[in-house]
Design a protein around this ligand. Structure first.
Ligand code: C5P
Length: 284
């Protein structure tokens, strides 16, 4: 975080990395101009859904008289800091721009995307990016392929609370795009939101501790490359581990899932306290 605007939004420098974890959207046009979501998503009323708001904003901006019927099949954890809802909204803008034949450029769609959320433009941009401003000033970022283990702690972290926290570091030294080129998680880089989320949501910190123990074992036995450390995605609660090979990622998934099972058995509960998932980067 390098500053704060008068409207409360933060100036930041961050890397957005695309991975192959995805939701599915089915979209059909309607002649009557109505925009509807046909499936129920617990916790996300239709009118609040970013996909509906994205469609309405494109309709309003272009004066299009067509509508849309949208089915959104969620697979990306919701409220996990992985950008699932934002990528769904961006996909709706891109898809309806074609289906409605609006003819907006990618840049125009990125402008429409920003009021929907600071991280919606990058999903219209559509490739790994170095972001500045509030997240909308984007430069292409070339990153080598990597494999990610995503761990979802059983905690819901509200993004506004983390950004509003008085203890949040808002004057980090600026970084350059080159600092991200080898790895999006190099040890010289940090996520200023992480210590705030860890302090306020101890379950997230606890799971991060368990994952770091697994990584330490893996590095000691040379299964993992040196310098592995769990990181938080965005404002959390999801955590991730960056791996160099699919074998390393599979090893980490197995070990972390094993530790979670041990923990839940020890606590006399059948519920796992975190879900573990493996994902590959989607190049570029
Ligand atoms: O724009 P979006 O709806 O994704 O923002 C969610 C929350 O995160 C808002 O409360 C906003 O104030 C905060 N935020 C911020 N600075 C950013 C991005 C988001 O303060 N660059």
């Amino acid at each position: 975080m390098t500053g704060r605007r008068a409207d409360g939004y933060h100036l930041l420098q961050t890397a957005f990395r695309f991975i192959d974890l995805q939701d599915t959207l089915h979209i059909a046009t309607r002649d009557d101009g109505r925009i509807t979501r046909i499936n129920d998503i617990p916790g996300v009323p239709e009118d609040d859904d970013l996909v509906i708001r994205a469609a309405r904003s494109l309709q309003a901006a272009t004066g299009c008289t067509l509508g849309a019927e949208i089915e959104l099949v969620k697979n990306i954890p919701m409220g996990g800091g992985l950008g699932g809802g934002s990528s769904d909204a961006a996909s709706v803008l891109l898809a309806l721009n074609r289906l409605w034949d609006c003819g907006l450029t990618r840049e125009q769609l990125m402008e429409l995307a920003l009021p929907l959320g600071a991280d919606v433009p990058v999903f219209v941009f559509g490739r790994n990016a170095f972001a500045e401003g509030v997240g909308e000033q984007l430069s292409p970022l070339s990153l080598p392929p990597r494999w990610y283990v995503i761990v979802q702690p059983d905690a819901s972290v509200p993004t506004p609370e983390i950004f509003r926290a008085p203890e949040l570091t808002r004057d980090s030294a600026p970084v350059r795009i080159a600092d991200f080129s080898g790895s999006s998680t190099s040890s010289s880089l940090k996520n200023d939101l992480e210590p705030v989320a860890f302090a306020r949501f101890p379950e997230v910190a606890r799971i991060a501790g368990v994952v770091n123990e697994v990584l330490a074992n893996g590095m000691q036995s040379n299964v993992l490359s040196p310098g592995r450390k769990v990181r938080m995605s965005g404002s959390g609660a999801c955590l991730f581990v960056e791996c160099d090979t699919p074998e390393q990622a599979s090893w980490a998934v197995e070990q972390i899932a094993g530790r979670m099972r041990q923990r839940s058995n020890a606590e006399g509960s059948n519920a796992e306290s975190a879900a573990v998932e493996e994902s590959m980067t989607d190049l570029p």
